[in-house]
Design a protein around this ligand. Structure first.
Ligand code: HPA
Length: 264
């Protein structure tokens, strides 16, 4: 049976929710991943803390390729991820959950593809709909089911390189270019999942107004405090989505059909 992965912070990946939990690690071509595996309502679930154990890896140094390839090797066909974001949009206030439908990529130094030429070849994957439409519907259904009302069904996620926060001038530009949210971790995760033909969606928690919109200077403590406060809400939403989710075929699973599919 295929597995559902949840990529997120420690508050979200709460081991107590799973049955038959096992800790594991897997060595991939790109490096080792550490994960927890178990079952939830009869479904196979893998928890992967994106920033490593104890939140020790900054966004620009996360081994995104090892994470996604490792999950693929574990039989994962669906990923629900969580991301913390600042808001560029006065209508989208802190403590809101947003399910982005587009992204703008301002990362600089990350490995953005499994296909680096040579033996691995070159792949240009389609990103017209970067996030899985089926998973979006499942999350919206889960939100209705648990009466989660502070949720927005779409938005454009701007991914910056970090680890620093943005300048107000950058935020001003991102907003003019159509961005709604700013974060440091969703790209290339979303792109690699598509290359690996895995259905992928992220749920973004707005932890603050972005630099220059916020009335005060930004701190990581503020972001962590908001994630902690809302961890239970995010967890309930994701676990309800896992419960409601029915594994079925999806265009995400055929993203590389032109290239003969993704070789695991
Ligand atoms: N900028 C970038 N990443 C973030 C922010 C922000 O304001 N808030 C949470 N993650």
């Amino acid at each position: 049976m295929s597995a559902i992965a949840i990529i997120g912070g420690t508050g979200v990946c709460d081991v107590r929710m799973l049955e038959q939990v096992q800790e594991g690690s897997l060595d991939t071509f790109y490096g080792v991943i550490h994960y927890l595996r178990g079952t939830y309502k009869g479904k196979n679930v893998v928890f992967l803390p994106r920033h490593g154990k104890n939140h020790s890896i900054p966004p620009h140094l996360i081994n995104y390729r090892a994470n996604i390839l490792g999950l693929k090797r574990l039989g994962v066909s669906t990923i629900f991820s969580t991301t913390a974001v600042g808001s560029l949009n006065p209508e989208i206030k802190p403590n809101t959950l947003v399910i982005p439908d587009q992204f703008l990529d301002f990362t600089k130094s990350r490995h953005a593809s499994f296909f680096d030429g040579g033996e691995n070849g070159v792949v240009h994957v389609d990103m017209t709909e970067p996030y899985c439409q089926q998973l979006r519907q499942v999350i919206l259904e889960a939100a209705r089911s648990i009466q989660e009302e502070k949720i927005s069904p779409k938005g454009t996620y701007v991914c910056t390189e970090g680890p620093r926060f943005e300048t107000p001038a950058e935020i001003n530009m991102f907003a003019k270019w159509g961005g709604d949210l700013v974060g440091m971790t969703n790209v290339p995760e979303v792109c690699l999942a598509r290359e690996a033909e895995i259905c992928y969606i992220t749920i973004s928690m707005v932890t603050n107004f972005a630099a220059g919109i916020s009335p005060h200077q930004l701190t990581h403590e503020e972001v962590l405090a908001c994630m902690d406060e809302n961890a239970k809400r995010i967890r309930s939403l994701i676990m309800k989505a896992v419960e409601l989710y029915e594994d079925k075929d999806c265009s995400c699973r055929h993203a590389l059909s032109y290239y003969g599919g993704f070789m695991v």
